[in-house]
Each structure stands twice: as C-alpha cells, then as structure tokens.
Ligand binder design. Structure first.
Ligand SMILES: O=P(O)(O)OC[C@H]1O[C@H](OP(=O)(O)OP(=O)(O)O)[C@H](O)[C@@H]1O
Ligand code: HPA
Ligand SMILES: [Mg+2]
Length: 179
C-alpha cells in the first residue's frame, strides 16, 4: 500500500495536532448550542471520530453517506445519497464534518438539502481543502489544511475504496489510476 504513494503530504502527527486546534475552536463556537454533528460518509469517518474526541461540549451525532467519485479521480457531478440521516435537522445548529472539499459539489448539494429541511444554521468543518478543484463557489467555515492540485489518499480518503486506512495524507502515484 505504502509503495503506491508518491509523496507524504501531511503526517499523522500534523493531522492530530490540527484536529486538537479545531476541537478547541469548535468547543467555543458550539458551547450551549447542542449541535447535531453530521459525518459525511465514507471519507469523513476517521476525521469525525478524532474530532469529536476533541470537542468538549454536549453534542449529538448523525451519519449520512453520499458518493460522487466512485472508482474515479474526477467527480461524476451527481451526488448520490446512499444513506440518509436518522434524525431531523429542523431547528438544529448543524455542524457538517467533511474530509475534503474539492469541486465543492458534494457540500453545496448537502447544505442546500439541510437548509431546505429547516436547519437553523449550517457550519462546515473540513480537514482538507483543494481550492484548485472548485467548480462551484463554496468555502468551509473551518479548514485544517489546504492541498495542492493532486489526487490524494489516506486518512479516510480513497481511490476505488482503497487507502482509507493510511494514517497520513499522500499523493497517489499517477500510474496507479492511469494503468
Ligand atoms: O468537493 P467534491 O468534489 O464533491 O469532493 C469531496 C467529496 O468527495 C469524496 O467523497 P466520495 O464521493 O469519493 O465518497 P466517499 O466519501 O465514500 O469516498 C469526499 O469524501 C467528499 O465527500
Ligand atoms: O483528492 C481526492 N482524493 C480522494 N477522494 C477525493 N474526493 C475528492 N477529492 C479527492
Ligand atoms: Mg471517495
């Protein structure tokens, strides 16, 4: 698995340090608001788990699975809901937890959906942001790291369902997805 990685961009230690910082900021922002923290599966599952351990105020969690990449390195442009939320978002302060914003299509779709369902507020925290990939105008409220224009894997992010279990973020060797 490691042999398929061209370069490690962000180490496990750097990721964990950043998540502690994000947890502190979000604990202040959401004190006394009992947010509904929504994990965008599958990619965000590791970030969600590490992040909520660093948020020290009461919150609730829910999970939603969406997919637009499949076994490709480019967004299909169609955001499919594979598993919907169990809880209602009506009147709730919602914190959306994403692993990466690339084209922005997944999040813009999700934010619109949650607002239409009556969420009181929607706040986005993403661990990674790839601004060069954007096809819609969208910014997270909180961002961990800004990434260069390359297809990355690890820490929840996959290529064709592999590499999610790497504890760091790396650039996948192009020959892996062009061969
Ligand atoms: O900004 P975008 O271009 O929409 O890309 C970001 C989304 O793409 C990935 O999900 P993917 O569709 O690969 O599903 P997965 O999380 O199950 O891997 C990632 O986890 C984000 O949710
Ligand atoms: O760079 C990426 N890697 C893995 N999944 C992704 N989904 C959007 N961008 C990426
Ligand atoms: Mg994916």
């Amino acid at each position: 698995m490691q042999n398929d990685i061209q370069e490690i961009l962000i180490s496990e230690e750097e990721i964990q340090g950043k998540i502690k910082e994000l947890g502190e900021v979000l604990s202040k922002e959401f004190a006394d608001r009992n947010p509904l923290v929504i994990c965008v599966l599958k990619g965000a599952f590791i970030f969600m788990a590490d992040l909520v351990k660093n948020i020290t105020v009461p919150l609730e969690m829910d999970f939603m699975a969406v997919s637009s990449y499949g076994a490709s390195t480019k967004s299909s442009g169609v955001v499919k809901i594979i598993k919907d939320l169990d809880q209602t978002v009506e009147g709730r302060d919602v914190l959306i937890v994403e692993d990466i914003i690339d084209s922005g299509l997944t999040l813009s779709h999700l934010i619109e959906l949650l607002q239409n369902r009556g969420a009181k507020s929607t706040t986005v925290v993403t661990l990674f942001d790839k601004p060069s990939g954007r096809s819609v105008n969208l910014e997270a409220d909180y961002t961990g790291f800004v990434l260069p224009d390359a297809f990355v894997v690890g820490y929840g992010l996959d290529y064709a369902e592999h590499y999610r279990n790497l504890p760091y973020i790396g650039i996948l060797k192009p020959e892996i997805y062009t061969s």
